[in-house]
Write a protein that binds this ligand. Structure first.
Ligand SMILES: [Zn+2]
Length: 410
């Protein structure tokens, strides 16, 4: 495809802006452009080089340039933009976008950064429900400390993400380092007006976030959802099962030990189990030697009691109903005399105001966990990131695609 210049602005001197009248020579360039109907389109642009005759202008000569092809550029602006948009909005990796557009990796990486900074909002819109969660960056590295005769952590890097759980803006931002200071600094940087809009903050049972939110958003209600509590309760049941097996049998559980065979069934919610599985499981535990069966059954019952408390979420329960079920859970833990259950009850007691807020509001941090899944997928697709700043930008683009309209099928 041969191109000729029709844009009159191409004749204006880039230095002084005056129209040139004296031509010096013809030049032919071969700018690269987007494919047409899947086929590569080769461009030949025969353009003029002009003299700038303005006496006050330092510029001697210049070649014609149009907005799509600036001077010295070998790519059209739309090709550059499309290669960046494929990464930021289309979920491609840099490598694949480079292959698709026949460009090099650094060119697409630069195009992505430029596109991302253009399309991402600089400041988040007001948020009513904020989710805070951390995600590990890479894997932890350990070094052997010869003087202390112990392994010490050499690198264990975390990103803390802030997610809009109410208006669907996706990931609002990420900071490096899992400390209260970094979380407070990010929240403070959003300004007083933005902070005052936040009514609820959903976190997991992490004291760092609790302290940070208390300091930066003292008016907001903290919410801890059921996910991590159920996870903790199930871990407690497993811990009890493993401990009594080792104490009584002197080894780990294996096939033929009924409590080991029931290990997965024990961590399921009884509400979702068929009666034909549930009743024999309880009978089997009762049939085991009392030193094994009784503690496991007590732990399982306590777990189910806690699940009953959490099941009240979103049902607008009366206070006495919550209190009744909570008492049953605490009572069971205290009566069992198992250290694991006492620890679980203590954790529930410590976090009770936040758990109670979950039961009243039904707010969960699932949006943050879903965002973390996307963050990890982006990290794996890229085979890891060397540059944390790049990673945060890529992550931010990938997790805001829905709010930016990139996932809209229309
Ligand atoms: Zn000039």
């Amino acid at each position: 495809m041969h191109l000729a210049t029709t844009d009159e602005r191409a004749r204006l001197c880039p230095e002084c802006g005056m129209r040139a009248h004296r031509m010096k020579e013809w030049v032919t360039t071969r700018p690269r452009d987007l494919p047409v109907a899947g086929r590569v389109c080769e461009l030949r642009w025969r353009k003029r080089r002009w003299y700038c005759d303005e006496t006050a202008c330092a510029r001697g000569t210049f070649t014609e340039q149009v907005p799509q092809i600036p001077a010295r550029s070998r790519l059209t602006a739309r090709l550059r933009r499309a290669s960046g948009a494929a990464v930021a909005d289309g979920g491609r990796t840099i490598v694949q976008s480079a292959r698709d557009h026949a460009l090099s990796w650094p060119v697409v990486a630069a195009a992505f950064t430029a596109h991302a900074l253009r399309v991402l909002p600089t400041e988040p819109e007001p948020v009513t429900v904020l989710g805070i969660d951390e995600v590990r960056r890479g894997r932890p590295r350990w070094t052997w400390n010869a003087t202390a005769q112990a392994w010490t952590t050499a690198a264990d890097r975390w990103h803390v993400g802030f997610v809009d759980l109410s208006a669907g803006q996706g990931l609002l931002g990420q900071v490096e380092g899992r400390t209260a200071r970094t979380v407070i600094d990010w929240l403070e940087a959003r300004g007083t007006a933005w902070k005052e809009q936040v009514a609820y903050v959903a976190i997991d049972m992490c004291t760092i976030f609790k302290a940070a939110v208390r300091a930066a958003l003292p008016h907001a209600t903290l919410v801890v959802d059921h996910f991590h509590l159920v996870q903790l309760a199930n871990a407690t049941v497993t811990e009890v099962r493993r401990r009594v097996t080792v104490q009584v049998r002197g080894r780990r559980g294996r096939k033929g030990n009924r409590e080991w065979e029931l290990r997965n069934r024990l961590t399921r919610s009884a509400a979702w189990m068929h009666g034909e599985h549930l009743d024999p499981m309880v009978d089997d535990l009762l049939g085991l030697p009392a030193r094994i069966g009784a503690p496991i059954l007590a732990a399982w019952n306590a777990k189910e009691d806690l699940l009953d408390v959490l099941a009240l979420a979103r049902t607008h329960p009366d206070r006495h109903v919550i209190a009744e079920r909570l008492f049953r859970f605490y009572d069971r833990c205290a009566a069992s005399g198992l250290p694991e259950l006492e620890r679980l009850a203590t954790t529930v007691q410590t976090w009770w105001p936040e758990i109670c807020a979950f039961i009243r509001t039904g707010i969960t941090n699932a949006g943050s966990e879903g965002t973390n899944r996307v963050i990890k997928t982006v990290g794996r697709d890229a085979y890891g990131f060397r540059n944390p700043e790049n990673q945060r930008l890529r992550t931010r683009c990938a997790t805001t695609r829905k709010s930016r309209g990139c996932l809209n099928p229309a």
